[in-house]
Design a protein. Structure first.
Length: 85
């Protein structure tokens, strides 16, 4: 469980859970930052239009796979990062 530690901001910021949070935020930023670039690189479909259902299908597949991985890790749990007491 992540909670503010006694001892001030530096002790809280040096908690291992902060590194996990930063890695998640970095991944989310890169995924959202690159989405317009991925859309622009799509080749036009047979009707001459770009994106549409194909982009929607790929986006849904990606989010579904991400959710499945997240849920499987969450169901498995994370071992404690330090010993109690």
């Amino acid at each position: 469980r992540f909670a503010a530690e006694a001892g001030g901001a530096w002790r809280t910021a040096s908690h291992p859970g902060v590194a996990v949070l930063l890695s998640i935020l970095a991944t989310a930023f890169l995924a959202h930052y690159n989405a317009p670039l991925f859309y622009e690189q799509l080749a036009p479909g047979p009707d001459g239009r770009k994106g549409g259902r194909r982009f929607l299908a790929v986006s849904l597949l990606g989010f579904t796979a991400s959710a499945a991985i997240f849920c499987s890790v969450m169901a498995g749990g994370v071992p404690p990062l330090r010993r109690a007491g």
